[in-house]
Write a protein that binds this ligand. Structure first.
Ligand code: DC
Length: 231
């Protein structure tokens, strides 16, 4: 008999390693990892491509029916890349230009409902680890395990800076830190589905934790959640 599966929601501030943890848990459990932020980044990328101002709600909304999103396995990296209208755009959505406009786009309710519907349908069969901002509160409100991640802003900016520089981009620490602070503010104060720490979450501050320590801690929560399953 197949083992029962749970859904795992990982929310938290920008660049605190949600993707790293989500990917680890998904691999350990044989679950599917969904990076919901990549979907908001893809919509933002498309709006910029179409020369539409990301703060012009009506224009952004008019583009949605031209957008088809999916994920595909990248054999080289073993990760799931985001695909927009048949094109793998994973390498085009992690730059500071998209990062600058993604929170204004993610504030638009029509964009959120468009993406939330797709996220919920992917997770309907269980066995999904999804990371984002509203996963435990809205998208997978019934997830069996919810983790809220945070770390000190300077530490997060340093980690993100390294990632960007390693991938060949020219950016400064100050620009990265400013972008993180701006996104965190918009993401946690917007009217629709703000980032919100509730009692349902396990809080994980990884400022002073190694990746291995963080993974071990999260796995203890996973085991507890699996033990609570009926049967
Ligand atoms: O996880 P990320 O940094 O790639 O997400 C990019 C932006 O997308 C983030 O600043 C806010 C938005 N987002 C959101 O509003 N809801 C989600 N579930 C995921 C991301």
């Amino acid at each position: 008999m197949q083992k029962a599966k749970i859904n795992i929601a990982i929310d938290g501030y920008s660049s605190c390693g949600k993707g790293t943890l989500a990917r680890y848990l998904a691999t350990q459990l044989g679950y599917q990892f969904i990076d919901s932020g990549a979907m908001y980044r893809a919509v933002t990328y498309y709006a910029l491509l179409k020369k539409c101002h990301p703060e012009n709600e009506a224009e952004v909304l008019s583009l949605l029916d031209q957008i088809d999103l999916s994920f595909e396995k990248n054999q080289a990296t073993d990760r799931f890349d985001i695909v927009l209208n048949g094109e793998n755009i994973e390498g085009k959505i992690r730059n500071l230009e998209v990062a600058k406009w993604v929170s204004p786009v993610a504030r638009i309710s029509g964009v959120r409902s468009f993406l939330v519907k797709q996220q919920q349908s992917i997770a309907a069969q269980k066995g999904v680890v999804m990371d984002g901002r509203d996963i435990g509160t809205v998208v997978l409100a019934d997830a069996e395990l919810k983790i809220f991640m945070t770390a000190r802003p300077e530490i997060r900016a340093q980690r993100r800076l390294k990632e960007l520089v390693d991938s060949g981009m020219e950016v400064t620490f100050e620009a990265v830190l400013q972008n993180l602070n701006e996104r965190d503010l918009i993401d946690s104060t917007r009217a629709d589905s703000p980032l919100l720490l509730t009692e349902a979450y396990h809080l994980l501050d990884n400022s002073d934790l190694s990746v291995a320590e963080q993974n071990t801690l999260a796995m203890t929560w996973v085991k507890e959640a699996l033990q609570k399953l009926p049967g």
